[in-house]
Design a protein around this ligand. Structure first.
Ligand SMILES: NC(=O)c1ccc[n+]([C@@H]2O[C@H](COP(=O)([O-])OP(=O)(O)OC[C@H]3O[C@@H](n4cnc5c(N)ncnc54)[C@H](OP(=O)(O)O)[C@@H]3O)[C@@H](O)[C@H]2O)c1
Length: 261
């Protein structure tokens, strides 16, 4: 466990819920100081308390920045707050994201803009703001993509496209930053029990049916939990993956290797 002085620092977007929130707790347990962000201040406060409580043998510090990640000034504020508080940055976890369901034949182009604004454009903006600080520490970036970036699914066209863009961003940036010893990787989750589907419009009954159906679309016969993704993110963020960059790591219960027969 790192001493307080040597503690690494991670910025986590989308930390108020689901995969980002669980990543905050996992990295807190691993000894990171945290800079967490999202729009829901109460949820971020609750995640902060959970992080602090999860650290029984060590004391971590957590800074919160509330705001809409699609706004460039918010991305800047997140990084400024992080450096003002900790004076270093070792890992960026890009977990903020939304799911806009539907196919391209019907979805208006404004939905495409919304999908790409959150999942792709905002990721680029905050990453750019973090890069100078990550170069100083030879740190790393972990992008939360989706198995939908690798596999094509009907009825989620803009979402699949946005995650394919995240995957290519990950690989190109990995090459770009490799000479600086900054590593860039992605996780590609299958269906994970979080708020994303309900926030995309599913009601409780539809979500229940979706989870039930998902047992047949994942080789392991179940959906995943956020902590199963968070553990992979922690691996890719830290020194245990020191020779790994540009990797798209499916955390998907075998969903991506299934094919109809
Ligand atoms: N759950 C799955 O099945 C699954 C599968 C594959 C990939 N993923 C990806 O995993 C990532 C995390 O999603 P999740 O499943 O954990 O969903 P979630 O529980 O809905 O969490 C989404 C997070 O993104 C944040 N967010 C969304 N729009 C934002 C905005 N405009 N500004 C700031 N923060 C914003 C939310 O924060 P606020 O509400 O506080 O703004 C929240 O913290 C997403 O990129 C998603 O595409 C999820």
């Amino acid at each position: 466990m790192a001493s307080a002085e040597a503690r690494k620092v991670a910025v986590i977007t989308g930390a108020s819920s689901g995969i980002g929130a669980e990543t905050a707790v996992t990295l807190a347990k691993a000894g990171y100081n945290l800079s967490i962000t999202g729009r829901d201040e109460a949820a971020l406060e609750a995640v902060k308390q959970e992080c602090v409580a999860a650290c029984k043998d060590h004391k971590i510090e957590v800074v919160i920045t509330v705001g809409d990640i699609t706004k460039e000034e918010v991305a800047k504020k997140i990084v400024d707050n992080t450096i003002a508080k900790f004076d270093r940055l070792d890992a960026l976890v890009n977990a903020a994201g939304i799911l806009v369901g539907g196919g391209a034949a019907k979805l208006p182009i404004s939905d495409y803009d919304k999908q790409f604004d959150v999942n792709v454009r905002s990721m680029i903006i905050i990453t750019q703001a973090c890069i100078p600080h990550l170069i100083k520490t030879q740190g790393s970036i972990v992008n939360v993509s989706s198995i939908a970036g690798i596999c094509s699914f009907a009825g989620a066209t803009y979402y699949c496209m946005s995650k394919a863009a995240v995957d290519m961003f990950t690989k190109c940036l990995a090459l770009e930053l490799a000479p600086k010893q900054v590593r860039v990787n992605a996780v590609n989750p299958g269906v994970i029990r979080t708020n994303v589907h309900k926030r995309a419009g599913m009601n409780e009954e539809e979500y229940k049916q979706f989870l039930e159906h998902s047992k047949t679309t994942h080789a392991l016969g179940r959906v995943g939990e956020a902590d199963e993704v968070a553990k992979a993110i922690a691996f890719l963020a830290g020194a245990d993956s020191s020779f790994t960059t540009g990797v798209l790591l499916p955390i998907d219960g075998g969903r991506g290797i299934m094919a109809p027969r």
